[in-house]
Structures are given as C-alpha cells and as structure tokens.
Design a protein around this ligand. Structure first.
Ligand SMILES: Nc1ncnc2c1ncn2[C@@H]1O[C@H](COP(=O)(O)OP(=O)(O)O)[C@@H](O)[C@H]1O
Ligand code: SF4
Ligand SMILES: [Mg+2]
Length: 380
C-alpha cells in the first residue's frame, strides 16, 4: 500500500480559508490538481471516508433521531491508469462512495486526496479544477440523459461551465469528434436520446464523461441496465478508451462477474465498509473473507460440469439496516463462521496476521478475524 504523501498543514485549504480568498494557496492547489501524474502512482487516496445521512422526525421542528451510516470509514487507493472495481449488494453504499468522490455529496468525515489535495475541503477554482478532472458515467442510460435535449447539447452542455476546454466556435466539431470516439455516427449530433438503443445511449453518456478530458471516470453500474450482449460491447469500448486517453476508472457493480473482466483490483463492500480488497486474482481465486466467498459462490457458471462440483454458499438473513448496523463485524449476522469475538471486536481491513509473513495470493487486505482461503469457484 502506497504511503500517503504528507502535505504541509497550510497547503490544503479548508473551506473558510478559500472563501476569504487565499489566492496564493488556491493557485497552488490548482497547480497541484493540473499537474501530470505518472502511471502506477496513486491518483486518489481515500482515507476513513464517512457519510451519514441524518434520520429526522417531526415536520416543523425536525429532530435528528439517528443516521443512515451509508459509508462508514472506508479507505482505498486508486492508481493512475488502473481500474478499481467496487462490488457489493444493493444498499451497501457504492453510489454514495461515487458521489463523495465526485464531490456531489459532502463527506461527514474523512479525506479524499487527489494528487495530494483533500477534495472534501476544497472550494472555488480548485474545486472546479477537480470537477473537470473527475467525471462520472451513470447507471441508467434511460434516465440520465435529458429527453428534450439533442445529443449535441447533452454532450456540449458541460463546455458552458468549462469554456476553457472548448471555445464556442469549436464545440460542434468537438462533440462530433467525441461521438466518433465512442463509436457513434457524428451525423447523429441533432438526434434525441429516444432515437438511440440502450447501448448507444450509454455511449452518449460515456462521450459526455470524456468531454472535458478527465483523468478519472467514476462509473456507477454503467452496464447494469443493459442486455448481456450489449454489456460486453460497452465494457470493450471503455477498455479501449482507457488506453487511448490514459484514464483511471472506479468501476462500480453489484455483480462480481462483470467487474472481473475490466478490473485490475477489486474492493468488496458490505454495509458501508470495505470487507476485502486485492488484485483480481487475489479476490476471485483466493478470497479470504466469508462475504466475498459467498458472493463468488453465487456467480453463475455456464459450464454444467463445472457447476456440479461447485461450493455453493447460501447466505441466510437479510442485509441489516445501515441505520442500525451490528456491533463488531457487520457481516456477523449472516456469517457461518461468526464467534463471540466477532460481536465485540470490529475486524480492521488489513493483511490478516497469519498471511503477513508469506507472499501467497492470500496476502491481501481482508477485514475478518478468521480470514482463510476457500476455493468456492473451482471446488470439486
Ligand atoms: N440522500 C440520502 N438520504 C438518506 N439515505 C440515503 C441517501 N442516499 C443513500 N441513502 C441510503 O444509504 C444507503 C446506501 O445507499 P447507496 O449508496 O445508494 O447504495 P448502493 O449504491 O450500494 O446500492 C442505503 O441504505 C440508502 O437508502
Ligand atoms: S470477523 Fe467473524 S463474523 Fe466477520 S466475517 Fe470474519 S468470521 Fe465472519
Ligand atoms: Mg447504487
């Protein structure tokens, strides 16, 4: 795990410092944000990120009676040029993570360092520069495109906020280039979203994400709403664009089988926490966390003979409410290995002690007191 670069205390402006226009500090932040980063260097460093949504009661006098702990202290790095897959069941906090990385939601606590700048505390020009460099592709290509706007206006809209990327006279040509890049006919620029298929609409969403030449694209379930045959085409396109434009991806999905194809590393989330994180081989072939093992055992296998010998783990019980998560390990209410310790002591995301000394594929971070390998996919 890469060491977090220590910034001088006053180099990361907090909101009030920028609002009183500390121009020199803001200019430094913008310069850091626009500086190039080498492939393989950490480009995003997420540290103890928390998002709690208040639960309130009453109409006139709103009283907070609790909080939905949607994201509850997660840490991970994204390296330049890689794809980090994030998977987990619906409601575990994936979209909230995406919104926090996009600065669309304000973090309750924690930091997100982008090239050393904590984006959760930026505002003004520095925040605008971050928002240009980190873009998003949304899940649903049917609802994420305004039906009353032409494709040209949808893709070109973002140039109104960032005119420096494409001057007015150049915008039509730029949009046509972008349509070409995502495999759509540039002559479709005046068409409306309903004139396209689901896969084509997601290509429009991707073109919109690319318009500002970003470095990072956060993809929140970008193919989940598409037919299986179309999913592969869109994923292939995204891989091609990643090479062409040196992009780093955070690729969110609820299905482990989709992210394997595109991810270099995968993080598995459960109820606002990261359960396990590692390379695709470590996670798919050598999972050590019971939750990852259960998810993997449920991935469909097309070959009937391979299916017969599989180790199926059926999870019992529902996902607990993030407003009232279990004590200790959040997975304990559904875990077949749970012991007393699991209720009292929260397992931290780290390389489990028994694997620290070795350098086997099991040597990766897993938040379980009793982490051990279990080959659920190839079991005979
Ligand atoms: N704006 C919000 N206000 C209150 N609760 C929210 C809000 N957004 C998300 N949540 C809750 O936070 C939890 C995580 O949601 P989300 O991040 O959308 O999960 P996922 O994308 O993994 O399905 C869910 O319980 C959801 O209901
Ligand atoms: S810490 Fe305990 S309850 Fe949690 S995953 Fe490990 S064995 Fe299961
Ligand atoms: Mg979601």
């Amino acid at each position: 795990m890469a060491e977090l670069k220590k910034e001088p205390v006053d180099a990361t402006p907090n909101v009030s410092a920028v609002e009183t226009v500390d121009v020199a500090t803001e200019a430094e932040a913008v310069a850091a944000i626009d500086a190039p980063v080498s492939q393989g260097e950490p480009i995003l460093q997420v540290r103890n990120l928390v998002k709690h949504f208040p639960l309130t009661q009453g109409i006139l006098f709103k009283k907070q009676i609790g909080a939905v702990k949607a994201v509850d202290g997660i840490s991970f790095d994204l390296y330049a040029g890689e794809t980090l897959g994030i998977v987990g069941e619906s409601g575990c906090g994936k979209s909230t993570v995406a919104k926090l990385l996009m600065t669309l939601e304000r973090a309750t606590a924690g930091e997100v360092f982008y090239k050393g700048q904590d984006i959760t505390k930026l505002s003004g020009r520095a925040l605008k520069a971050v928002r240009r460099n980190i873009q998003m592709v949304f899940q649903d290509p049917y609802t994420s495109l305004n039906p009353r706007m032409t494709v040209g206006d949808i893709i070109g809209e973002t140039f109104e906020i960032h005119p420096e990327v494409a001057p007015k006279g150049d915008r039509r040509r730029r949009v046509q280039d972008l349509l070409d890049v995502v495999g759509l006919n540039p002559e479709y620029i005046n068409r409306y979203p309903h004139q396209f298929s689901g896969g084509q609409r997601q290509r429009i969403g991707i073109a919109r994400g690319l318009a500002l030449n970003p470095e990072i694209i956060i993809c929140d379930e970008p193919v989940s709403a598409l037919d299986v045959s179309v999913q592969a085409q869109v994923i292939n396109l995204m891989e091609k664009l990643q090479d062409e434009f040196n992009l780093s991806y955070v690729f969110i999905a609820h299905d482990l089988s989709i992210v394997r194809h595109i991810s270099d590393r995968v993080g598995v989330m459960y109820l606002g926490k990261m359960a396990e994180i590692g390379t695709d081989t470590q996670i798919y072939d050598h999972p050590t966390h019971p939750y990852t093992q259960a998810l993997l055992s449920a991935v469909p296998v097309p070959d009937p003979s391979a299916r017969e010998g599989r180790d199926r783990i059926i999870l019992t019980g529902d996902v607990p409410s993030p407003a009232n998560p279990p004590s200790g390990c959040r997975f304990r209410t559904r875990c077949w290995k749970a012991e007393e310790r699991c209720a009292t002591e929260e397992p931290l995301l780290a390389i489990p002690e028994r694997f620290v000394a070795g350098s086997t594929p099991a040597t990766h971070e897993s938040a379980c007191h009793f982490a051990e390998e279990r080959d659920v996919v190839h079991a005979a």
